[in-house]
Design a protein around this ligand. Structure first.
Ligand SMILES: Cc1cc2nc3c(=O)[nH]c(=O)nc-3n(C[C@H](O)[C@H](O)[C@H](O)COP(=O)(O)O)c2cc1C
Length: 291
C-alpha cells in the first residue's frame, strides 16, 4: 500500500494554486510536484519515521485549504490566533504562578478534557507523540494516593530516611509549610488533581522521551492557567513516589518502564491573585555582539 493511501493525502485540484508551500514545508520530504504541477505524495515502503511525520503542516500551510490528510479537513482546523496574542501571552506568563492552596473541589471535567485536547499540539521529538498523560481527575482518588505516600514517607522520616534530595533539615522546613502555604499537605499542596506526563524509557533519540515529558508539563501548566486553574509543578512528591513509595506510584498505573516527568498538581485556586509578578534576572540573557 502506498503512502498516499495510508495517509489519505488528498489535494482539491480545483483549489490548488501550485504554490509549492506544502512541498517546501514537508519535514518528511514525502511530497513532490506531479506532472500537473500540483503536489502529490511520493511512494514509500513504510509508514513511519522514514516517511510522513504526521505533522499535518501540508494541511495547515495551504492558503487555499486544498489539502486534507488523515481524514482531517482544513475547515475543521482552529483559526490562527489574533494579532494581540503576544500581549495575552505576556500577561499569561506573568500571571502564571505556582498555586499551593486549592479549593477542595473537582474541576469541571469539560475543562480538563479541553486542556488535554489542546495539549495534543505540544511538540514531541520527531513528532513521535509517544508521551502519555496520566490524569487523576477525582479528588478522592488523589487523596488515596496521598494517604499511601504519606504513610510511607512519615514512617521513613522517623528513621531519618529520605529521598536523595531531602534531609532532616528540609523535611522539617516542609513540615512547617503545612501550617500556611501547603495547608496540611507538604507533599501535594492539597491539589485535588494530578497530571503526570510519562514516556517509555528508550534511551534513543537524544533522550527525547525525557524532554517530551518536560515540554508536556510546561504546556499543561500554561494551558491550565489560561483556563483559570491553579497549578504547581512538584518534584518532591515525584521523588517520594519513585524512591520511597512505589506502592503509591503503582496506584497511578504508570508502566514501570516509563520515565515519569514531574507531577503537576492542579485545581481551582483557593486564593485569587490581583496582578502579575515582575520577575527579572539581570545577567541571564547573553547576546553575542562581537563581529
Ligand atoms: C523542576 C521544578 C520542580 C519543582 N518542584 C516543586 C516542588 O516540589 N514543590 C513545590 O511546591 N514547587 C515546586 N516547583 C515550583 C517552583 O518552586 C516555582 O516554580 C518557583 O518557586 C517560582 O514560583 P512561581 O512558579 O510561582 O513563579 C518546581 C518547579 C520546577 C520548575
Amino acid at each position: 500500500m502506498g503512502m498516499e493511501t495510508k495517509t489519505r493525502f488528498r489535494v482539491d485540484l480545483d483549489k490548488c494554486i501550485k504554490c509549492g508551500r506544502c512541498i517546501n514545508t514537508c519535514s518528511g520530504m514525502v511530497l513532490e510536484y506531479g506532472e500537473d504541477g500540483c503536489p502529490r505524495m511520493k511512494e514509500f515502503e513504510r509508514f513511519g519515521w522514514r516517511g510522513c511525520w504526521r505533522c499535518q503542516h501540508c494541511l495547515a500551510v495551504c492558503p487555499q485549504g486544498a489539502i486534507s490528510i488523515f481524514g482531517k479537513e482544513p475547515e475543521d482546523s482552529l483559526p490562527l490566533p489574533p494579532e494581540e496574542m503576544g500581549e495575552y501571552m505576556e500577561e499569561l506568563l506573568a500571571s502564571r504562578r505556582s498555586c499551593r492552596r486549592y479549593l477542595d473541589q473537582n474541576v469541571d471535567p469539560e475543562i480538563i478534557d479541553r486542556i488535554i485536547a489542546a495539549m495534543e499540539a505540544a511538540p514531541t521529538g520527531g513528532n513521535s507523540s509517544s508521551v502519555q498523560y496520566t490524569v487523576i481527575d477525582d479528588k478522592d482518588r488523589v487523596k488515596a494516593i496521598r494517604d499511601k505516600a504519606y504513610a510511607v514517607m512519615e514512617a521513613k522520616a522517623k528513621r531519618h530516611e529520605y529521598t536523595h534530595s531531602f534531609s532532616d533539615f528540609y523535611y522539617k522546613k516542609m513540615k512547617e509549610s503545612e501550617k500556611t502555604v501547603r495547608r496540611d499537605d507538604m507533599l501535594f499542596c492539597g491539589a485535588p488533581h494530578l497530571f503526570i506526563a510519562h514516556d517509555k524509557y528508550t534511551g534513543k533519540w537524544a533522550e527525547d522521551y525525557k524532554v517530551n515529558c518536560i515540554i508536556a508539563t510546561a504546556y499543561f501548566e500554561l494551558i491550565a492557567n489560561a483556563f483559570g486553574l491553579g497549578t504547581v509543578i512538584m518534584s518532591y512528591p515525584a521523588e517520594v513516589l519513585n524512591e520511597l513509595a512505589p506502592e503509591a506510584r503503582e496506584m497511578l498505573h504508570i508502566p514501570k518502564d516509563h520515565y515519569t516527568g514531574l507531577i503537576v498538581g492542579f485545581g481551582y485556586p483557593e486564593i485569587p491573585y490581583a496582578r502579575g509578578v515582575q520577575k527579572e534576572r539581570p545577567g541571564k540573557i547573553h547576546r553575542y555582539t562581537q563581529r
